[in-house]
Write a protein that binds this ligand. Structure first.
Ligand SMILES: Nc1ncnc2c1ncn2[C@@H]1O[C@H](COP(=O)(O)OP(=O)(O)OP(=O)(O)O)[C@@H](O)[C@H]1O
Ligand SMILES: [Mg+2]
Length: 259
């Protein structure tokens, strides 16, 4: 249950202004879907949220505190591809985070600590439907299974904030629908705050509680470099705003009155 605040965030690479004036107050347990044209800065925004990039201006707060300067376990990440380690088995991929966290020097756990970590890893893998594939290597998994593994790898660290960069973009529609169900369930169970970049508007509205569209306002080629993308639309999808519901009720009752 984590609130995230962005205050007047700008990101520039040299002369290229990518994002400008990004102000956002994200409530705990939101599922924010970020959409917008290619190159508008969606991934850049996610990278700033994971501390892989620093804003040129502005500040990002997590639960009211400034964002840590380096990536931390409380912010999990899943990319479209290559989130998992190809030379580790399914089980080892998920165990690694726990090993690194508890035993930074040797990256190995022993005895009871190891057994506890393995139990945790296995139940996480059961949870995402990979309980039968513990000893397999990622190359033997389908795209959907690899993304389930990437999700398990991120969630085993119990992140407060999960950052997803087109996580389901490379999956077939059927597999995508299945993984949507899984993602929604995990989001509900864990109460994480999620930011998901997607090119798929129906995915954004299906999973998101809030859909944010980034876009550059100016279109002339000479202006594109000088101005960054801004928040063009910010839509509450769920729960519906009380004011919206009241508006509907008024319309409904007017409609009934007419009959
Ligand atoms: N490390 C970097 N150095 C310089 N420019 C960068 C860097 N990273 C991103 N950019 C530029 O920032 C802009 C936004 O890139 P970003 O990857 O955030 O876009 P995006 O919205 O995620 O696009 P896509 O939908 O294609 O993934 C692009 O113009 C890109 O060239
Ligand atoms: Mg991107």
């Amino acid at each position: 249950m984590t609130a995230v605040t962005l205050r007047n965030i700008w990101k520039e690479y040299g002369d290229n202004v990518v994002l400008e004036r990004i102000d956002l107050d994200v409530e705990p347990h939101s599922f924010v879907a970020l959409v917008g044209p290619s190159g508008c800065g969606k991934s850049t925004l996610l990278r700033m949220l994971m501390s892989a990039e620093v804003p040129t201006r502005g500040e990002i707060l997590i639960e009211g505190e400034p964002l840590p300067a380096d990536p931390t376990a409380e912010r999990g990440v899943v990319f479209q591809r290559y989130s998992v380690f190809p030379h580790l088995t399914v089980e080892e991929n998920v165990l690694l985070g726990l090993e690194l966290q508890t035993s930074r020097l040797s990256c190995k756990l022993f005895g009871g600590a190891k057994r506890t970590a393995m139990d945790q890893a296995r139940s996480m893998l059961e949870e995402v439907g990979l309980g039968h594939a513990l000893k397999q290597y990622p190359s033997a998994l389908s795209g959907g299974m690899q993304q389930r593994l990437a999700i398990a790898q991120a969630l085993i660290m119990r992140p407060k904030v999960l950052l997803l960069d087109e996580p389901f973009g490379a999956l077939d529609p059927g597999i995508r629908a299945e993984i949507h169900v899984l993602m929604r369930r995990l989001w509900q169970e864990t109460k994480m705050t999620v930011f998901m970049v997607t090119h798929d508007l129906s995915e954004a509205f299906h999973l998101g509680t809030r859909v944010i569209a980034l876009e550059k306002d100016r279109t002339r080629p000479e202006e594109l470099e000088r101005y960054g993308a801004v928040i063009k639309h910010d839509l509450d999808v769920w729960p519906p705003k009380l004011s919206d519901l009241e508006a509907h009720e008024t319309v409904d009752s007017e409609a009934t009155d007419d009959i």
